[in-house]
Ligand binder design. Structure first.
Ligand code: MG
Length: 378
């Protein structure tokens, strides 16, 4: 069934602490989740209603998607929807879905249910039965109970025929409300069908809702590994895992030659399939000469965050005869935990020798190996 959609993203959302529709959730803006779902389900025209001046924010949030445009919101939700309907236009019998941008986990099955629910009805409303018992409160104490039988929690997207919704919105003359479009259609005498909602269609209302929403995103676990080696040369200290250790030699390299951080950076990039440290920080580029390798590591972590990913744990092994790593191991772990925003027990630094064999055993150089486990959305 062909249909159009209006996504209401004009709210100021003060309860969620800012403009939540632009916030990142699982690596993409909240608004984008809904628009992608509507387009994937076959919406032929999507009008995103945004606050005046927010057009470029919408363009950023929806870059690369086709089949959407914006309309400017009004002071009230009702006004915003009216503007969206005006931008959309007919035909009169075209199904129109009205959806809150603050409900990102829109599933194709819900879209299909509300469209099917329009058959023989003036509207279709996804809703969930109330499971908790309900109380009235007064001054912090219970003052009564409310019978929950027959009560439903209304969600979006709500489906209507275009003309029916335009007329119902026009007929709403109260200065406040309606809370949603189904209310307007009911008030105008329409019959709105209840269809099964979806618990995942939670509305992001309070700041803590974002933390819960992040946990609801399906993630894949990926592992990456990294290896690095640098040659010993004259010097008085060496950088290893972000810690400067006094030593009678130093490691030679274009940057600070911190092989531990380089191996770890490659492990994180590897887990994302995002190239290697040399791709992101070419040794031919003079700006990285003598650079602190902290920057390489934090760059990899930022790229992971931009994809909506998160680190689970890291494990680094330093391979050398000297200096002794053990006295510095705790400081290295604490430094890495700080750089990576990980708890200490998710950060391991180990050391080994190669029993005087090979280039590390002969003291020609130091090697480092690292593993990183990450979780990525999808
Ligand atoms: Mg290196």
């Amino acid at each position: 069934m062909t249909f159009a959609a209006i996504v209401v993203a004009a709210g100021t959302a003060s309860r969620a602490g800012g403009n939540k529709q632009w916030r990142s959730l699982g690596g993409k803006p909240v608004l984008r989740w809904s628009v992608e779902a509507l387009l994937a389900a076959g919406a032929e025209d999507v009008v995103v209603v945004v606050a005046a001046g927010a057009g470029s924010a919408a363009a950023d949030a929806l870059s690369g998607l086709e089949g959407w445009r914006t309309a400017t919101g009004a002071d009230s939700r009702a006004g915003s929807v009216r503007n969206g309907l005006e931008a959309l236009g007919g035909p009169d019998d075209r199904p129109v879905l009205v959806h809150d941008a603050a409900r990102p986990f829109l599933d194709r099955a819900v879209i299909e249910r509300v469209l099917a629910g329009l058959d023989g009805a003036d509207g279709a409303l996804p809703a969930l039965p109330v499971a908790d018992s309900l109380r009235l409160g007064d001054g912090g104490f219970v003052s009564g109970a409310v019978e929950r039988d027959g009560l439903w929690r209304a969600q979006t997207p709500q489906a209507f025929r275009y003309r029916r919704l335009v007329e119902a919105c026009a007929a709403w003359t109260e200065t406040t409300g309606p809370a949603d479009e189904a209310t307007a259609v009911e008030r105008a005498g329409g019959r709105v069908r209840l269809v099964d909602g979806d618990a995942r269609l939670m509305k992001l209302t309070y700041p803590e809702d974002f933390a819960m929403a992040e946990t609801m995103i399906a993630r894949r676990t990926r592992v990456g590994q990294g290896f690095d080696a640098h040659r010993w040369g004259p010097g008085s200290s060496v950088w290893l895992c972000g810690i400067e250790i006094p030593h009678d030699q130093t490691l030679i390299g274009h940057s600070d030659a911190d092989a531990g951080l380089h191996a770890l950076t490659d492990a994180i990039l590897g887990a994302m399939g995002d190239g290697d440290i040399g791709d992101h920080f070419p040794p031919t580029d003079p700006q990285w000469k003598g650079a602190s390798s902290d920057r390489f590591l934090t760059h990899a972590v930022e790229r992971l965050a931009a994809r909506g990913g998160r680190l689970v744990n890291v494990d680094v092994t330093l391979i050398c005869e000297r200096p002794k790593v053990k006295p510095h191991r705790q400081a290295m772990r604490e430094r890495l935990a700080d750089l990576l925003s990980l708890p200490l027990d998710a950060v391991s630094v180990k050391a080994t020798t190669t029993e005087a064999m090979g280039f590390t055993g002969r003291g020609e150089g130091l090697a480092a190996q690292a593993l990183a486990t990450v979780e990525l959305p999808g």
